[in-house]
Design a protein around this ligand. Structure first.
Ligand SMILES: CC(C)(COP(=O)(O)OP(=O)(O)OC[C@H]1O[C@@H](n2cnc3c(N)ncnc32)[C@H](O)[C@@H]1OP(=O)(O)O)[C@@H](O)C(=O)NCCC(=O)NCCS
Length: 225
């Protein structure tokens, strides 16, 4: 009987963990408007999630956050299977691993930040301390262990820049359309990104919408500005 009860409790606990209370957006440190957050998700600390407006995060996510925060700025899409880990255990002389990890003795915790309008592909892992720059694309299955600059296409394990999302003129046009003047990347910032990372990279995105599409989508686009 006691064995059966223990099994039942453990099943209920697992269900609770994966399908229900973990998706309570009211428990986030911050949750903006129009945030979609799909089940199932395993989450160690909902209060360390800061999710801004118009963000979609698909299911099968794992958030292993202790002290570090997971911050997602507006208008991002994160595909199924994201893992975010904000900490690292640190081996400590004289301390059994099980004790050091379970008690988080000497852990190093760092925030993980996803800037505006990022697209993260399926089954990506973001490790402690990384920032994904605005407008970047992270390829499916990547493990990101270093920060990724704005408008990079980064893929692989560990993630490396393989392309740039747009060429310089396209980025300027894109920013002009979807950001207010004081939010736009300065031209000199953009020049240094291209000098440092993108001088030999092919753009992955496509050019402006047609006049008809622009007209058709105008009001929808304005909703996300
Ligand atoms: C990142 C991505 C958008 C790039 O697309 P693309 O511009 O067509 O890229 P390419 O196929 O030209 O690839 C460029 C290089 O990166 C490699 N690459 C692309 N995606 C990769 C990935 N996810 N992991 C590892 N390498 C990848 C390619 O093999 C190629 O390498 P090579 O030049 O040595 O041959 C796409 O590959 C991807 O991963 N999309 C995510 C899909 C997804 O998860 N969707 C979920 C629904 S929201």
């Amino acid at each position: 009987m006691a064995g059966f009860l223990a099994q039942l409790l453990s099943c209920l606990g697992a269900l609770r963990y994966s399908f229900f209370t973990n998706i309570n957006k009211n428990k986030f440190g911050y949750c903006g408007k129009n945030v979609t957050f799909q089940a199932p998700s395993v989450n160690t600390k909902l209060s360390n999630m800061y999710i801004h407006d118009n963000v979609s995060i698909f299911g099968y996510t794992k958030f292993i956050l202790y002290e570090g925060k997971f911050i997602v700025k507006r208008n991002c899409v994160i595909a199924i299977g994201l893992t975010v880990i904000t900490g690292n255990h640190v081996a400590t002389v004289g301390l059994p691993t099980i004790l050091q990890c379970s008690m988080h003795i000497n852990d190093v915790e760092k925030d993980v930040i996803v800037e505006e309008s990022v697209w993260i592909g399926a089954n990506v892992t973001l490790l402690a301390g990384v920032t994904i720059g605005r407008g970047a694309v992270i390829g499916a299955g990547s493990i990101v262990n270093k920060s990724i600059p704005p408008y990079a296409v980064a893929v692989g394990v560990p993630a490396k820049i393989v392309k740039v999302v747009f060429n310089k003129d396209q980025i300027l046009k894109h920013e002009e359309t979807i950001y207010k003047p004081d939010e736009r990347l300065a031209e000199n910032e953009l020049n240094s990104l291209f000098e440092k990372y993108y001088f030999d990279k092919t753009p992955y995105g496509v050019d402006m919408l047609s006049k008809e599409q622009q007209q058709l989508l105008k009001s929808k686009i304005e909703m996300f500005l």
